[in-house]
Ligand binder design. Structure first.
Ligand code: URA
Length: 440
């Protein structure tokens, strides 16, 4: 095969064959096809698109470019949960304990934060002693012993996606449905769970800024998962404002703990119950979504979810006393407040802006190599729809560097819009896709 001819074919709007896609991915990972040719192909894909067959083939070629995890030694139907990324999204730390407390084994790999979005691995590392790397045998044994484990993605999963994603990032070729769907789903398929719940975020703090695009992406990912034999359901959820109130690593873990204690913000609580309810249903522990949600609500109310979080922290070497004593988390030394200039109602809180502010405090990274300040971040005191009086605190910024915290406050001052009329909070869960699919 000839790479120049394949680039030309895609540039002319023709579909690539499965074998051609496989050849390109194999050659790219092996180093025989250079970045500049893949860049040209990616740009042609952005203009001409990928059809479903091409998207399925690309997903499978990337899945098979590295290790695939065999979770068969774990008993039961393993269900994974994946968020397309947002600001303040700590749902994994609530959803995984709730689902596993209801008998669904959760064997999950998570990522780190980049840019204005956070990552579960960084959040977990704010727990003193917590290990985000486990040997494969330890990972499997832990899930069989306590029902859940969450680790960082291993280096050997989907190397093709790692290389491609890095290239897409610097060639303005991230925003294509087929490329995004195949990138996410190749990792999910390689990670080995039997069923997958996708949380597709929509809004200015997400990849997909409008509902139509989010639905298109969600449908494509559900089709990829189902056609690969993994029952897949997607929830389309609000990311126009941050999820919950805490943004930043230890702040978010504390909010997840509070949520499992029954004191969480309404949105994170509702989302966690819905997503874990879907997991319980897909995991065969409930005969409907409603029953799944009743079970996860019971696990929240009677404290089984919180007990499961304690067990999980201890199993991965973390100090489980953090659940009762938040002073054990890394501490900030600098704090600054942003207050409302006028009275009224919060009309808008731009999630992306709050995410950037959190990054400025030191909680996020601009490049993969940056280290993060685990104590830093933003706490949003008022959410969309809340009434506010002039002079009241809208957000607090935490960190260990005065200049960084000042920069964060300056960034976030653009995030809030206060209006005189009352407004409704935006609908949190917009749509659920794939629940109706027949499955045996
Ligand atoms: N997240 C991914 O893993 N890949 C993409 O292409 C976009 C978001």
């Amino acid at each position: 095969m000839n790479m120049v001819a394949l680039i030309q074919k895609k540039k002319d709007g023709k579909a690539l064959q499965r074998e051609e896609i496989q050849w390109i991915i194999d050659g790219y990972v092996a180093g025989s096809i250079p970045d500049y040719q893949i860049s040209a192909l990616l740009m042609a894909i952005c203009f001409q698109g990928l059809d479903k067959e091409e998207t399925f083939a690309l997903t499978e070629a990337m899945r098979d470019s590295g290790d695939t995890i065999d979770l068969s030694p774990i008993n039961g139907i393993k269900v994974d949960k994946h968020s397309t990324g947002g600001v303040g999204d700590k749902t994994t730390l609530v959803v995984a304990p709730l689902a596993s407390a209801c008998g669904v084994p959760v064997a999950k790999m998570s990522g780190r934060g980049l840019g204005f979005t956070g990552g579960t691995v960084d959040k977990m590392e704010s727990i003193p002693g917590f290990r985000t790397t486990l040997e494969p045998s330890e990972f499997l044994a832990q899930v069989n012993a306590i029902g859940m484990a969450v680790i960082g993605q291993t280096a050997h999963i989907t190397p093709a996606d790692k290389k491609l994603y890095a290239l897409r990032d610097v060639t303005a070729t991230v925003d294509n449905f087929g490329l995004i769907a195949s990138s996410i789903m190749s990792k999910k398929l390689a990670a080995g769970s039997d069923a997958i719940v996708l949380d597709v975020k929509v809004g200015d703090g997400a990849f997909m800024e409008n509902l139509e695009d989010a639905v298109t992406l969600a449908k494509l990912m559900v089709e990829i998962g189902n056609s690969a034999g993994r029952r897949t359901v997607a929830a389309i959820t609000e990311m126009g404002q941050p999820l919950g109130k805490a943004v930043g690593n230890s702040l978010e873990v504390i909010e997840a703990i509070e949520t499992l204690k029954g004191n969480g913000p309404a949105d994170i609580t509702e989302l966690a119950l819905k997503l874990s309810g879907i997991m319980v249903y897909l995991g065969g522990k409930a005969s409907s979504l409603e029953e799944g949600m009743e079970k996860t609500r019971a696990a929240l109310t009677d404290g089984r979810g919180l007990s499961q979080l304690r067990r999980f922290i201890a199993a991965q070497g973390g100090n489980e006393a953090v659940v009762d004593d938040y002073s054990l988390f890394p501490q900030h030394t600098v704090e600054k407040k942003l207050t409302a200039e006028t009275s009224g109602y919060v009309h808008r809180i731009e999630a992306r802006c709050i995410g950037l502010a959190s990054q400025h405090t030191g909680a996020g990274r601009a490049t993969k190599e940056d280290t993060v300040d685990l104590s830093a971040g933003v706490y949003v005191h008022r959410k969309v729809g809340d009434a506010v009086q002039a002079g009241e605190v809208l957000a607090t910024f935490y960190g260990n560097d005065e200049a960084k915290v000042d920069a964060a406050a300056a960034e976030a001052s653009k995030a809030f819009t206060i209006g005189t009329d009352p407004v409704e909070a935006p609908k949190l869960i917009k749509e659920i896709i794939g629940l109706e699919t027949e499955w045996n």
